[in-house]
Design a protein around this ligand. Structure first.
Ligand code: ADP
Ligand code: ADP
Length: 228
């Protein structure tokens, strides 16, 4: 689903954030990038949806070469969840979730059904939550909306950058469990960035350990626990 061929990134100021790397992420895989702050995780993630352009190398998403597709077409196939809860504060929950479906000109009924379906998936009753604004939700509830908003138009790929780091430990654990359960149903290709090895082991089908802009190990959680 996602392939990197000798992809590297050097920023304008000369910082090499990512050394040439090869990577293949399978369809439906929950893939985690883990490593200390500054090791190149976010840069790697953002190259997938071209928020950052690679300096060298090729990236393929869903069989298509990055460079042959318009950025907005690429981004329609890729949901994106950030650490900072980034809901539009002046919009209701339903308006927030509808942003991408509206951009794609879905009809009202289809969007409305999708909103209810997504809210049910994360245990939030649409009758209660559809018309609320972000400041009327807990941190955990806001990030649930952040996650389902990224899923709204049913993209095959979802990128998540430390989505639960800003939450308290109890909310974080609940959202981790809910995400695992959700993934059983939706089977998206998820690329998830975290600096927390426990979180990586709990969530990942496979885990890539990064250090100094390189991937130093790619393993299943079981393998990683045996050969840390
Ligand atoms: P991580 O997500 O693992 O914390 P990043 O990908 O954010 O790592 O950063 C990797 C390296 O690139 C770090 O040394 C960081 O300081 C540097 N870096 C990140 N963004 C920029 C930028 N826009 N310009 C210059 N250097 C950057
Ligand atoms: P926070 O911990 O930031 O306040 P949460 O979303 O974790 O936000 O929890 C808000 C409330 O919703 C809690 O009181 C919890 O009991 C309830 N809640 C959260 N997730 C679920 C769930 N999956 N099933 C049932 N109740 C839940």
């Amino acid at each position: 689903m996602i392939t990197f061929e000798q992809v590297s990134k050097r920023y304008e100021d000369g910082t090499t954030a990512v050394q040439p790397l090869d990577l293949h992420i399978e369809k439906g895989e929950f893939f985690v990038l883990v490593g200390p702050s500054g090791c190149g995780k976010t840069t790697t993630l953002k190259m997938i949806n071209r928020l950052i352009e690679p300096t060298q190398g090729s990236i393929y998403v869903n069989g298509t070469d990055h460079n042959t597709i318009q950025v907005h077409k690429l981004r329609q196939q890729i949901g994106y969840v950030l650490q900072q809860i980034a809901l539009f504060p002046h919009m209701t929950v339903e308006e927030n979730i509808a942003v991408t479906p509206d951009l794609l000109h879905w009809d009202r009924d289809k969007t409305s059904k999708r909103i209810d379906e997504l809210l049910h998936m994360v245990g939030m009753d649409p009758a209660v939550f559809r018309s609320r604004r972000p400041d009327e939700l807990s941190g955990g509830q806001q990030q649930r909306i952040g996650v389902i908003r990224a899923l709204a138009a049913d993209p095959p790929v979802v990128l998540m950058d430390e989505p639960f780091s800003a939450l308290d430990p109890i909310a974080r654990e609940r959202l981790q469990n809910d995400l695992l359960e959700l993934q059983q149903t939706i089977r998206k290709t998820i690329v998830f960035v975290t600096h927390d090895i426990q979180e990586a082991i709990k969530l990942g089908d496979r885990i890539a350990v990064m250090d100094g802009g390189a991937i130093v190990q790619v393993d299943t959680p079981q393998q990683l626990l045996q050969h840390p």
